[in-house]
Every structure is written in structure tokens, then in C-alpha cells.
Design a protein around this ligand. Structure first.
Ligand code: NAP
Length: 332
């Protein structure tokens, strides 16, 4: 398919193309006929399991190295900002993520402004500033404010947990439920949130590119159900036909939980901690304006889980195909 170039920008930079969201976005944009430029740190880190029809241009860039950004931004109309700095095997390694993310966004905005970039599309997090936000969620909001403070028109999409194979929050659910028949959970797993399927997120990300009215605006995006993390674990168990018991526990320190989750799952403690702290904050859409501008068929969480399982190539349950799911008929 060839995009309608009269209406849509055609010079697109994707930051974070090696990540969970970024890599899938490459395929989505490719399917729509766009050829993109990818900003990567080590160029060899971008491994595309299935080649794209429109060969992407690969440019080295590190958002913490301002001098590297001009080469990536020159000649671009629109950039996707799909980067964060959480990570590291230990909690100590992740502590500086807020400061790094702030610097990364400021560097990027400066380079974007000086290269005449027209639009940024940023995927951030849901949560109300008045809710004593966790470091991670507060940082995601701060990045949105920074990216909207320049000459470039920045669209912010705010999402809670994104359900898809390889997404850190979803992988935590998957490994915990696959491996533990009894899940001892702290009370923050009962906080309300509005997770969304990765397919729907990709439709919104690509849709914003083709909808100029979304420029400069912020939108909450969520799936059709308001559920807790505990509900998500129950849904996962149901979809997989597993009998699981969730037992509430009194207050458990976040750090202890992060190390414990790191023992059971491959997700590093440096990622688990900021995500776990974020579970104490409600992450529910406060407005649904995007639905009027970009009508997208929202997938149920059960369907999203099933799609993710179908995509996993290996894992604790060796979930290779859609047959691994017990999706109730009414949800198929
Ligand atoms: N996953 C979710 O459930 C979820 C939910 C809501 C919002 N989001 C948002 O979606 C966005 C993408 O998240 P994700 O889950 O795709 O994350 P991810 O899989 O961890 O990917 C992060 C990406 O950022 C890149 N990156 C980090 N620091 C960089 C730097 N200094 N310079 C250049 N690139 C850098 C990484 O590149 P390397 O390969 O070089 O490390 C990687 O490509 C984030 O803004 C996140 O807040 C995600």
C-alpha cells in the first residue's frame, strides 16, 4: 500500500526501534507503505526477524549524546519518541533513569527544533499528577511536558500497561502466572487501570501520523475494560486454562517485590521496581477524545493476551500457537 503523500508527512524518524513498541511500529508503518529512518545506538542492535518491504535507513544516535542527533533529524518531518532509560539488572542501575530521560528529551527537542522537525508523536503513561505519581509515571509526564515546550507540535498518547509479547509489564504477568499456582500479591495489584492491546496502540500511533488534527494535543488511550493487575493475572490464567489462586498480602516493600519478581521472571529488577511503584497509581483514561478522531476496534484483554501468546516463540509454557489459548467463544 502506498500512503497518500498529499496529506501525510513522509519523512519519518523512529526512535527506540529496537524496543517492544518501536520495532512493531516499524512493521505497522511498513505495511502502510512508509519508508522510515531508525535512530539506533549500536547500529547492529536492530535485528528485524522479518525484513521490511521498504528498507529502513539506519542512523546512529544516542539521545544522551546531543552531537549525534543532527544526523538523525536532518530532513525529517515527524519523529516518534519511543524511548525510556529504565533498566539494568540491579535497582541501583535504574536509579538515575529520571535524570537521564529528562536530558534525553531536552537534547532531542533542541535538535528537533534546530532541524525544523514539524511533529513529534510520543507514547507516555497514564496517571493524574495530583495522585502522588510514582517516579516512573511522573517522569513519563515530565517528558511529555518537555517535548511539548518547543516549536515542534508534539502529540502525546498516554497509556497504561500495553499487552503484547515482550512488553515488560505483560511478561511479568505471563511468567508469574505460568510458574506459580498460588500468587501472593501485595495490595497495589488491586489498583484500577485500563490496559490496552499492542495492536490498538500501533493503530493510534500510525493514525496520529495521518491525522493532522492530533498535532500538539494529548490523548488518553485505553482498552475497553477497567481492570486491576490482579484481574489481568486472572484473565491470563483463564485464557490459558490454568487454575491459579491470588492471595492478598499486607504491605510489602516495593524493592523486596522487585527482587522477588526478578527471581521468578526474566524481567530485570531495575525495570520491575519503577513499574511496580507505578501500580499504586490509578491509570484510567480521563477522556476518550481519540476515539472520535481515530475510530479503532478496541480488543478485549482476553483477545490481547491470546494474540500475545500466539506471538511468543518460546517461554515457560512453550506457547507457540493460538491453540495454547482457551479464548471463550464470545470473545473470539
Ligand atoms: N511497554 C509498555 O507497557 C508501555 C506502557 C505505556 C507506555 N509505554 C511507553 O512506550 C515507550 C516505549 O516503551 P517500550 O516498552 O517499547 O520500551 P523498551 O522495549 O524498553 O525500548 C526502549 C527503547 O529506548 C531506546 N533507548 C533507551 N535509551 C536511549 C538513548 N539514550 N538513546 C537512544 N535510544 C534509547 C532503547 O534502545 P537500545 O536498544 O539501544 O537500548 C529501546 O529501543 C516509552 O515511552 C514507554 O514509556 C510503554
Amino acid at each position: 500500500m502506498t500512503p497518500d503523500t498529499r496529506q501525510t508527512p513522509k519523512r519519518i524518524l523512529v526512535t527506540g526501534p529496537t524496543g517492544f513498541i518501536g520495532k512493531r511500529l516499524l512493521y505497522k508503518l511498513d505495511e502502510k507503505g512508509y519508508q522510515v529512518r531508525c535512530l539506533v545506538r549500536p547500529p547492529e542492535s536492530l535485528v528485524l526477524e522479518i525484513p521490511l518491504t521498504h528498507e529502513p535507513e539506519i542512523v546512529y544516535g544516542d539521545l544522551l549524546d546531543p552531537d549525534s542527533l543532527n544526523a538523525a533529524l536532518v530532513g525529517m518531518d515527524t519523529a516518534y519518541y519511543l524511548v525510556h532509560s529504565m533498566g539494568g539488572r540491579s535497582i541501583r542501575q535504574t536509579l538515575a533513569f529520571e535524570e537521564k530521560d529528562r536530558r534525553a528529551a531536552e537534547n532531542f527537542l533542541r535538535a528537533a527544533d534546530s532541524n525544523g522537525l514539524k511533529r513529534i508523536i510520543y507514547l507516555g503513561g497514564l496517571g493524574d499528577i495530583s495522585d502522588n505519581l510514582s517516579h516512573h509515571l511522573a517522569s513519563r509526564q515530565e517528558i511529555g511536558r518537555i517535548l511539548q515546550s518547543g516549536k515542534v507540535q508534539t502529540t502525546i498518547l498516554r497509556a497504561a500497561v500495553i499487552v503484547g509479547a515482550g512488553g515488560a509489564a505483560f511478561e511479568i504477568v505471563r511468567y508469574l502466572v505460568e510458574r506459580l499456582p498460588i500468587l501472593m500479591c501485595p495490595k497495589w495489584v488491586y489498583t484500577q487501570s485500563q490496559p490496552i492491546a499492542i495492536d490498538n496502540v500501533l493503530s493510534y500511533l500510525a493514525g496520529c501520523l495521518e491525522t493532522p488534527e492530533t498535532a500538539g494535543r494529548s490523548f488518553d488511550i485505553g482498552g475497553p475494560q477497567i481492570v486491576s493487575y490482579a484481574d489481568l493475572m486472572r484473565m491470563y490464567a483463564r485464557v490459558r486454562g490454568l487454575k491459579r489462586y491470588i492471595v492478598g498480602m499486607p504491605m510489602v516493600p516495593f524493592k523486596l517485590s522487585a527482587y522477588w519478581v526478578n527471581l521468578i521472571t526474566p524481567v530485570p529488577a531495575g525495570v520491575v521496581l519503577p513499574l511496580a511503584e507505578g501500580l499504586r497509581n490509578e491509570a484510567v483514561c480521563r477522556e476518550n477524545d481519540i476515539r472520535k478522531m481515530l475510530p479503532v476496534q478496541l480488543l478485549s484483554m482476553e483477545q490481547a493476551i491470546c494474540n500475545a501468546l500466539a506471538e511468543e516463540s518460546e517461554g515457560p509454557g512453550k506457547l507457540l500457537s493460538q491453540q495454547a489459548c482457551f479464548l471463550p467463544e464470545d470473545l473470539q
